[in-house]
Design a binder for this molecule. Structure first.
Ligand code: UVW
Length: 306
C-alpha cells in the first residue's frame, strides 16, 4: 500500500479540472484533439473492437458476473386484424454492465473512503453512483486512438499471464511502430491475451490470469496525458498482482487517483493485423458509453476508423 500511496501523490489529478469534475482525463479530449482524430480517417475502413454480448461470452461467474441472458419478449406478435401478415419481434437482455467489452466508470473502484476527485464512498448507493457515473462520459469517448502492440514489439503472438507491462514496453512499441502517444489520445494496448478466449476457448485462464499494466506504467500514462486506456484483457492490469497485499493497484491509481477511464476486453486482433500491414497505428476512435443513469460501467461496441 505504501508504493500505491507514493505513486498516487505523484499522479493525482484531483482538482485539476475543478472541484466538481466527474470526467477526469477525458477532459484532455479538446475540440482540437477530436479534429486530430477525425483527420486519421483516410481509407474509410471500420473495425469493431467489441466482443459479442451473448450467452457464449467470457464470464465464468466470478464476482457474480454472468454472460448476458437474452429473451424474446414478443415473438411474431401482431396487432389486431392482419391481412398482410405484419408481425413484430421484441427482446430483453439481462446482463452485468461489466460482462464483456466495457468502460469502467470513475465510480468503479476506490480506497480510503473516497472516489476520484474526493467524492465520498457514500455517493455510491443501491441506486447507483451519484458521482462519477458512466453517463458523465456521454459526450464521448471520441478521440484519436493509438494502438500499441506490446506483444508484437516483444516479438510474441501474445504475452503470457503474469507478464508486467512497463513504460519500457510502451517506448519499444512506439519506436517499432513509428508513432507517439499525445495528450488526449485513447491508448489501446494489445497483449494478444484475448485469443486465450477467442481462439483457445479457455475462459478460466482468460478471466483469472493475465498480462497487464504494472506500477511502473502509471507515471508514463500520467505524463503523456492519455485520455483513456483500454486493453484486450479483463482487468487492464497484470494478474497475479505485483504485490499480493495490494490487489487491483492499477485500477485504484488510474480510476481513483488519476480519473483515468479504463476499457476492458477490447477485441484488437483485426485492427492490429491491419495496422501491421499498412504501418499506420493511429485512427479515429469512438466508443460512447450508454447513458446508464448512475451506472458504474457501460457495455460497448468501440469503433476504430482508418
Ligand atoms: C474488478 O474486478 C473490480 O474490476 P474489473 O472488471 O474492472 O477488472
Amino acid at each position: 500500500m505504501e508504493k500505491l500511496k507514493t505513486l498516487a501523490a505523484q499522479v493525482s489529478n484531483w482538482g485539476r479540472w475543478g472541484a466538481d469534475d466527474e470526467r477526469g482525463t477525458t477532459n484532455f479530449i479538446t475540440p482540437d484533439v477530436v479534429r486530430r482524430g477525425a483527420a486519421c480517417v483516410r481509407r474509410g475502413k471500420v473495425f469493431s473492437l467489441g466482443l459479442s454480448f451473448g450467452s457464449d461470452g467470457p464470464q465464468i461467474g466470478q464476482g457474480g458476473r454472468v454472460n448476458p441472458q437474452h429473451f424474446m419478449s414478443a415473438l411474431h406478435g401482431s396487432y389486431g386484424p392482419n391481412p398482410e401478415g405484419f408481425h413484430y419481434n421484441d427482446d430483453v437482455v439481462v446482463m452485468p454492465l461489466q460482462c464483456a467489452t466495457q468502460w469502467d466508470s470513475l465510480a468503479h473502484v476506490y480506497y480510503g473512503g473516497k472516489l476520484y476527485n474526493g467524492y465520498p464512498e457514500a455517493s455510491v448507493s443501491s441506486t447507483g453512483a451519484a458521482k462519477n457515473a458512466i453517463d458523465k462520459q456521454a459526450n464521448g469517448i471520441v478521440s484519436r486512438g493509438v494502438l500499441l502492440d506490446v506483444a508484437r514489439a516483444a516479438g510474441v503472438e501474445r504475452l503470457p499471464p503474469g507478464r508486467v507491462i512497463t513504460a519500457d514496453d510502451f517506448a519499444a512499441a512506439e519506436k517499432e511502430q513509428g508513432v507517439r502517444v499525445e495528450s488526449g489520445d485513447v491508448l489501446l494496448i494489445r497483449t494478444g491475451h484475448i485469443t486465450v478466449f477467442t481462439k483457445d476457448g479457455n475462459r478460466e485462464v482468460y478471466m483469472r490470469q493475465m498480462p497487464g499494466l504494472g506500477f511502473a506504467s502509471v507515471p508514463w500514462l500520467h505524463e503523456r496525458q492519455v485520455a483513456a486506456v483500454a486493453t484486450d484483457t479483463n482487468a487492464v492490469e497484470v494478474i497475479p498482482f505485483e504485490d499480493p497485499s495490494t490487489p487491483l493497484p492499477i485500477h485504484l491509481l488510474c480510476i481513483r487517483d488519476m480519473g483515468l477511464t479504463l476499457g476492458e476486453m477490447f477485441y484488437l486482433e483485426d485492427l492490429a493485423a491491419d495496422c501491421a500491414a499498412d504501418g499506420v497505428w493511429e485512427f479515429f476512435f469512438t466508443a460512447p458509453p450508454l447513458k446508464v443513469s448512475g451506472g458504474v460501467g457501460s457495455p460497448l461496441n468501440p469503433l476504430a476508423v482508418k
